[in-house]
Design a protein around this ligand. Sequence first.
Ligand code: GLC
Length: 423
Amino acid sequence: MRWIHAAGRGLLVLVVILTGYVAAGARADEPHAGGRGPLTVATAGDLTGYLGSVLDGWNRTHPGEKVTLVELPDSADETHAQMATDLRGGDRSRFDVLNIDVSWTSEFAAQGWIRPLARDRFPLDTFLPPVVDTATYDGQLYAVPYVTNAGLLLYRKDILAKEGADPPRTWTELERAAKTIAPKYGLDGYAGQFLPYEGLTVNAAEAVYSAGGSILGDEGERVTVNSTGAREGIGFLARGVREGWIPKRALTYKEEESKQAFQDGRLLFLRNWPYAYVGASAKGSPVAGKIGAVPLPGPDGPGTSVLGGSNLAVSTHARYPDSAARLIAYLTSERVQRQVLTRGALPPVRADLYEDPGLVREFPYLPTLRESVRTAAPRPKSPRYDQVSLVVQAVVRDAMTGRQTPEAAVRRLARELDTLARR
Ligand code: GLC
């Protein structure tokens, strides 16, 4: 058997040498900095499976600048880990253009992984106002907004109608209906994305912001979490699990699992991104025609969504930065932005599409979404955002499983974030 291992090892060495050689050869061919050539685009899981068809449009008309798409996992944290590993490889990195979560721009820029971009190459003034800020760091543009996002509360219209209840506008109304109406129909009450990963940070930040609290100030230099608002926000989530109107199984949900629970008719209320509303309304969904979407509720009125979405960035080691910029201009053109909505069920960044009568007819939630994006609050901007998010996830998890009171959780958050805030 030993010789097989030896032969395997020899083969491995050969493959490494060959790929090393090819990679080195490819770099030596580089025509000149800023030149044109093929690109590799990395993205988080394409949940609605539309991006391939959008990129086919580019590939057909740009034969010398063909894009290869690398789809990374569904979970934002795993995508982050894989992109970071690739980018740390320096000039061995495979990715030229990165479709990064809006919350990563500062970290990727501070690490020197992505290049500053020239504002005048991109149609920034046609975008919804809050999104451009997610693409800047220290006053410099490091990425271009591509997709935006805001959380919505999806609800079972059919069941609320039978009960003569309106969709909830406040946490009290949400809690009451989740506690009293859901069990009558054999449903779970309320869920969001509560597995410890970026989704939990989003849901926790929304609860904190909705109650008037915040997490970090400035560009991550100040810890602002120690407040009544933060205690109230985390208290809302912890109370839900303790009282059972947030089911225990929701502590394992990411976007897809929570969408599935709602779509299968097992859930009365769901916090999710608009793609879940589109999926659950589609032909063949058991709850099609039975659901509605409203802005997220807060303690005594409308709450605040976190601003989601993704930005397109160019790796510092991109071989053809000019092609990368041209591709980004294409993906943010009006034509492709329309496809982002119609094929991808994702919220475009171009403002005028939200007022297009044809699109509003086809996607009746657009005006609600536009308002939710307009009032959405960004996640803390920090060059160490990945660690900030891990702290939030761990602490909120402990509060939601009852291991720590909301008061103790907020004190611990303040303490742990403080060690990350000092640069
Ligand atoms: C969505 C949002 C993104 C967020 C992620 C959390 O993909 O667009 O901004 O970080 O969900 O799971």
